[in-house]
Design a protein around this ligand. Structure first.
Ligand SMILES: Nc1nc2c(ncn2[C@@H]2O[C@H](COP(=O)(O)OP(=O)(O)OP(=O)(O)O)[C@@H](O)[C@H]2O)c(=O)[nH]1
Ligand SMILES: [Mg+2]
Length: 324
């Protein structure tokens, strides 16, 4: 199947549930591909035209245990043909950073090595590990696969920043339209509704803080141990070298005002900050001397990757040499 207009193509390949569709959405900044917690969500080859410049090919995952024999054969055929496509300029090969390469991954590597296409290995779900674990796993996987450093990136399609003090887990989600659109449609809808339903409280808090267009951030404190204490005011954000303290807090759960949580109990609020926080750049959240750079990890790496894929696609865009 030749695509019209003829443009460079980049394929996303990896085992089922590794996060292909999620990464694609994060790269594009919109939920264009369907994602799912159950493997085997993507059944066909889905093509996405990106910015009128190139195509992303979202392929079904391999190694889907519950796929029948005929289905597996069909997936293999689809993959083989995708790799032979004339305008294929690169493959983003996804591997879950938490697991060693599976037999299917190894078989895939053999196929990729045979081909001529550039391969970028993306280690997905980096957010599920701590910074230290992430580095170790990245090195281990690079060695296991025999790949050079510049051919491997760690990615995260998760838009929620999480970190833990040991007694409290803190989850931070900027309520930025572009970011929350990456969440599951139900989550997106309920978040939008939530903000709408508290619009008056938010406007009040903004008024008290003398700010017209505050940046809204949803913050969740989660008890890890019994009688865990938290202090909402201690949460700050640093963006573009500037420190932002909350100028207002709109509590969403009754547990908020107790400043104390039982294990697994949570307290949720919407924080208001002065405008100026950039969610597309490095963002650091700190709480009582602890800081997370989770945000820079997700977005910076994704941006790098997007730039790389784009650069490669443009560099290697060959003149049209006929249909495939
Ligand atoms: N925490 C975390 N979860 C992720 C990440 N990427 C994907 N997921 C989750 O992993 C599950 C599978 O993601 P998909 O993007 O649907 O996976 P896929 O590779 O397209 O799966 P198939 O279409 O079945 O081949 C979903 O529940 C995602 O929310 C990530 O970077 N971090
Ligand atoms: Mg998919």
């Amino acid at each position: 199947m030749a695509l019209d207009p003829p443009l460079p193509e980049v394929a996303l390949i990896g085992r089922s549930n590794v996060g292909k569709s999620s990464l694609l959405n994060a790269l594009v900044g919109r939920r264009i591909a369907k994602t799912s917690g159950t493997p085997g969500k993507t059944r066909a080859l889905n093509v996405f035209l990106i910015g009128g410049a190139y195509y992303f090919l979202d392929l079904p995952g391999y190694g889907y245990a519950r796929a029948g024999k005929a289905q597996r054969a069909a997936f293999r055929g689809l993959l083989k043909h995708a790799l032979l496509r004339q305008r294929l300029r690169g493959v983003v090969w996804l591997l879950d950073i938490r697991h060693p390469p599976s037999t299917d991954d190894r078989a895939m590597q053999d196929v990729l090595v045979e081909g001529e296409t550039h391969v970028l290995a993306a280690l997905t779900k980096g957010d599920k590990l701590s910074t230290g674990q992430r580095r170790t796993r990245e090195r281990e996987l690079r060695e296991a696969l025999g790949l050079p450093e510049d051919q491997v990136v760690v990615t995260s399609a998760d838009v929620v920043m999480r970190f833990s003090t040991g007694t409290i887990e803190i989850q931070v989600l900027p309520l930025d339209e572009q970011l929350i659109r990456l969440l599951a449609p139900d989550t997106y809808r309920s978040l939008s509704q939530l903000v709408q339903s508290r619009a008056a409280d938010i406007a009040d808090a903004a008024g008290r803080g003398a700010t017209q267009n505050p940046t809204l951030v949803m913050v969740t404190f989660l008890g890890v141990v019994p009688d865990a204490r938290f202090n909402p005011e201690d949460l700050n954000i640093t963006s573009r070298g500037r420190l932002f303290r909350p100028i207002g807090i709109v509590a969403l759960s009754p547990t908020w005002s107790s400043f104390q949580l039982d294990a697994r109990q949570q307290a949720v609020a919407i924080y208001l900050f002065e405008p100026g926080i950039s969610v597309r750049e490095q963002l650091t959240v700190s709480y009582q001397g602890l800081a997370t750079d989770a945000w820079s990890r997700s977005l910076r790496l994704l941006d790098q990757e997007r730039a790389r894929v784009k650069a490669r696609a443009q560099l290697e865009a060959k003149p049209d040499s006929g249909g495939t």
